[in-house]
Design a protein around this ligand. Structure first.
Ligand code: AMP
Length: 287
């Protein structure tokens, strides 16, 4: 595996891979790699069988642009050495880990990319500017890496929906793949931020995924009222944990618009604060 910190060197390595007829598969991350990230490397490796030659590029960049002033940019876990060995073991070909000055030489970006509406609701309403930071850095990374295929995790479903819209609206020539959420044994979605939880919080947080599973089961039994589902999820989380609910929303899966009655594919998305740790999760339900 090549570890690259510089955009020009990365471009050179990627064009060499292309000349060998390889497809460029891209997995952007903020590092502190866990099995959620590594499951996408595994899926990328298994793509296309023996006929397809791939070059798997995984980026690690804690993007200052997507953190609010009171968020955890400074304390976000960083461990490039451990991440490098995990990525190499998993089968990554190129690890791209640029310093902030390589991505933002002026210390900021005067040019930004914003997806209206989809970026203003759910987490976007609570974290102003967050998704603009995400879509700006993902645009930059897409322009730098020029991938044929890029993987995003369902754990951050709103992020995926926004990037999908950006790719459509701005004609990025990339195919997006949504990877299923990888979970701990008790259902907690794997996240680099789970290390912030203290033991008591860690025991309680499983209620998030179990309440979402329960809501999905109610839909399967015929429940069509989003308010009933929101209420169920809310009651369970507040009665079984000290979590403070940030939002519980039932939205159309394709464009995140509100639904009055459940008659299409939906996502139930939640954000819950445990102390200063904000956890998100969601379930997709086909109807
Ligand atoms: P992050 O490093 O948290 O910015 O995540 C990088 C990518 O990994 C994003 O596409 C996430 O949605 C995805 N990801 C994070 N956690 C998980 C998980 N538990 N299961 C699947 N994908 C994940």
């Amino acid at each position: 595996m090549n570890v690259i910190h510089n955009i020009m060197i990365l471009r050179k390595n990627i064009s060499e891979a292309r000349e060998l007829g390889k497809k460029i598969i891209f997995i952007p991350t903020m590092g502190a790699l866990h099995s959620g990230h590594l499951s996408m490397v595994e899926a990328a490796r298994k793509r296309g069988g023996d006929n397809e030659k791939n070059c798997i590029v995984l980026s690690i960049f804690v993007n200052p642009l997507q953190f609010g002033p009171n968020e955890d940019y400074q304390k976000y876990p960083r461990n490039l050495e451990q991440d490098s060995s995990l990525a190499a073991e998993a089968g990554v070909d190129i690890l791209f880990a640029p310093p902030v000055m390589e991505m933002y030489p002026d210390g900021k970006s005067l040019t930004t990319v914003n997806v209206a509406e989809l970026g203003d609701c759910l987490c976007g309403a609570k974290r102003p500017g967050h998704f603009r930071g995400v879509t700006t850095v993902v645009s930059k990374l897409f322009n730098i890496v020029q991938p044929d295929i890029a993987y995003f995790g369902q754990k951050d479903y709103q992020q995926y929906a926004i990037i999908r819209k950006m790719v459509e609206d701005l004609n990025f020539p990339v195919q997006l793949i949504l990877a299923p959420t990888v979970r701990e044994n008790d259902g907690l979605a794997k996240s680099s931020r789970n290390v912030y939880l203290d033991p008591q919080q860690r025991r309680q947080v499983a209620v998030i995924s179990s309440s979402l599973r329960e809501a999905a089961a109610l839909i399967a039994k015929g429940e069509k009222n989003p308010a009933v589902l929101r209420d169920k999820v809310s009651r369970r989380i507040t009665s079984e944990s000290d979590g403070k609910i940030d939002y519980i929303e039932v939205r159309r899966a394709d464009d995140l618009s509100s639904v009055e009655t459940i008659d299409c594919g939906i996502v139930i998305a939640v954000a819950v604060n445990f102390g200063s740790t904000r956890l998100i999760d969601n379930v997709l339900v086909e109807v």
